[in-house]
Design a protein around this ligand. Structure first.
Ligand code: GLC
Ligand code: CA
Length: 566
């Protein structure tokens, strides 16, 4: 694969509602991002992905768009966004927006027109409508956020389809008029000077057209819809056309949110002529639950499981193209809480080790806001304290499946998307310096100790480590472009890999345990590129080395001891 400009980017994901509130209404906003550009610049990131800021009733915090061309006034005006793009550019930071084209809000004018004139609306064919079956919904498919994918269209006897929430009707991609409208909108934004898009839920745009029932898989009598609605045959025609009519006309970056794509199709998605620049692979992020959409099916896992999933994903991406590596995002629980045993949690060491392990894999690294501080999961005492629609659904589903309220609360506390959506911790002051007024979502109380100001003062902090880690990558072609080869594949608690680029070699070791562990090094002499412990010697010549508890160690093999490889 030829080198691409977006391979060397370091991307920072912002959940705008929770980043910084510039006008003290309790809600983060675009100006808040602009005011914090210095922070992002000193962190060293080169691109920002902002979750949806378009007009929306916010049933799913912006993933339900009611006008693709307007911004949500809570976030700001178009002039604010233009100012952000401009000022960010001055600091060498590009802006990527979220693109939500599988569905709109039910408050989008197209859908409102349909509701007002169900029989005659010219937008009837913009959505997926079907007559019911003997007074029941057309199929027994369950939506991602719970309940049937079908919702009655007024009292017409017809139903409309929604893969996600009731207020998120799916667009009918079979209709070329819909596709034309979307392409026009995408090109409008690309013309505005954004660097590209993160493309939401894109594997859902094609539905199996037979609309058949499937055997139920839950006590609700429904079955997970994804078998018939995700990555269905025929999607390739839509994705190809989407790429051809929009992205391919610009030198932009596209990051597909592409759950459900089997490995043998990665080439179509991210190969040299793929639909996207890169995709997120979710197979390892959901290793603590049986599936991303059933949080009550908890799974015991160990480091070997994580390693296997991770390296399979890395090898497949390497064979076919390029990946987007992430440890956290706005749909996941916090990584320290997910991957590190509570009794072993050593905040600085665990957070830096985890960060470095993901960051130096092959692919473009993403950092989710707060990850660079080691923000953790929050604990809520009652279902009323949750905002996320998915958590509320999972709570009631768990209870229906026979779990107690206490158990249900436990599952959602572990997995809730609210865990990563709590406001960002700027300092130890009131509301963590996020806002002068009560934030839209409760703060994680540990902002008093885990915050930017504090970590800038400490001699060693996760934040300082991230800054160094980003710098190290920016100056190492090997860590950016190098091929990846797993090392120590059967070791139970160490994840290790080699990166290799022309004559350069870097070896990376990560100790996922609270005990020191020996690693064997190939002959040669090494220079320490990055570690989260103090090192006496910047050079290592020994054949073996003791990794300390939760140590991350990245070594560059000195050139004279590298073998030239093809
Ligand atoms: C994606 C988004 C998620 C949203 C869903 C529906 O998975 O990341 O936050 O709820 O799509 O748009
Ligand atoms: Ca605000």
């Amino acid at each position: 694969m030829d080198k691409k400009w977006w391979q060397k980017e370091v991307i920072y994901q912002i959940y705008p509602k929770s980043f910084y509130d510039s006008n003290n209404d309790g809600i983060g906003d675009i100006r808040g991002i602009t005011e914090k550009l210095d922070y992002l610049e000193t962190l060293g990131i080169t691109m920002v992905w902002i979750c949806p800021i378009y007009q929306s009733p916010m049933a799913d915090n912006g993933y339900d768009i009611s006008d693709y061309y307007q911004l949500n006034p809570e976030f700001g005006q178009m002039a604010d966004l233009e100012e952000l793009i401009e000022k960010a550019k001055g600091k060498g930071i590009k802006i990527v927006l979220d693109l939500v084209i599988n569905h709109t809000s039910d408050e989008h004018p197209w859908f409102k027109d349909l509701l007002a004139n169900p029989a005659s609306s010219k937008y009837r064919d913009f959505y997926v409508l079907k007559p019911g079956k003997e007074g029941k919904p057309p199929t027994n498919w369950r939506s991602v956020f719970g309940g049937s994918v079908w919702e009655p269209l007024q009292d017409t006897g017809e139903y409309y389809f929604h893969s996600f929430g009731v207020k998120q009707p799916d667009l009918n991609w079979e209709n070329s008029e819909v596709r034309e409208e979307l392409y026009k909108m995408i090109n409008y934004w690309l013309e505005k000077g954004i660097a590209g898009f993160r493309v939401d839920a894109i594997t859902f745009i094609k539905k199996d057209q037979t609309f058949e029932d499937l055997p139920a898989d839950g006590v609700d009598g429904l079955v997970k819809c994804t078998k018939k609605t995700r990555n269905q045959p025929g999607i390739e025609t839509f994705l190809h056309e989407l790429n051809e009519r929009t992205f391919s006309k610009y030198d932009c970056v596209t990051i597909g949110e592409a759950p459900g794509v089997p490995y043998d199709q990665f080439g179509d998605y991210v190969g040299e002529n793929g639909y996207f620049s890169m995709i997120f692979d979710f197979k390892y992020a959901d290793l603590d639950v049986a599936s991303g959409s059933e949080w009550f099916k908890r799974v015991d896992w160990d480091v070997l499981d994580l390693k296997k999933l991770l390296f399979t994903s890395q090898k497949e991406l390497q064979k076919n193209g390029w990946g987007a590596n992430f440890l956290e995002n706005h749909d996941q629980n916090r990584s320290i809480s997910k991957y590190i045993k509570e009794e072993e949690n050593r905040h600085y060491y665990s957070g830096t080790m985890l960060g470095a392990m993901f960051f130096n894999l092959r692919g473009t690294p993403f950092i989710y806001q707060g990850q660079e501080l080691g923000m953790t999961n929050d604990k809520r005492e009652s279902i009323d304290e949750f905002d996320d629609i998915s958590s509320i659904d999972q709570y009631y589903r768990s209870i229906n499946e026979g779990f107690s309220e206490e158990e249900a609360l436990h599952f959602i506390n572990l997995r809730s998307r609210d865990n990563s959506r709590t406001p960002f911790h700027w300092n130890a002051g009131e509301n963590g310096g996020f806002s002068n007024v009560k934030p839209w979502l409760g703060m994680n109380e540990n902002y008093k100790t885990i915050n930017v100001q504090q970590q800038e003062l400490e001699p060693h902090s996760i934040l300082k480590f991230y800054k160094e880690m980003i710098k190290v990558r920016q100056t190492s072609e090997c860590l950016i472009y190098g091929v990846i080869e797993p090392l120590m594949e059967s070791h139970p608690t160490i994840i290790a890999y080699k990166r290799r680029y022309n004559k350069e070699e870097a070896v990376c070791y990560f100790n996922f345990s609270n005990e020191s562990q020996a690693i064997e090094l190939e002959n040669g002499s090494y220079r320490v590129l990055l570690t989260n412990y103090k090192v006496k010697d910047q050079s290592i010549d020994a054949a073996s080395f003791m990794l300390r508890p939760y140590q991350a160690l990245i070594l560059q093999k000195k050139e004279e001891s590298c073998h030239e490889q093809i």
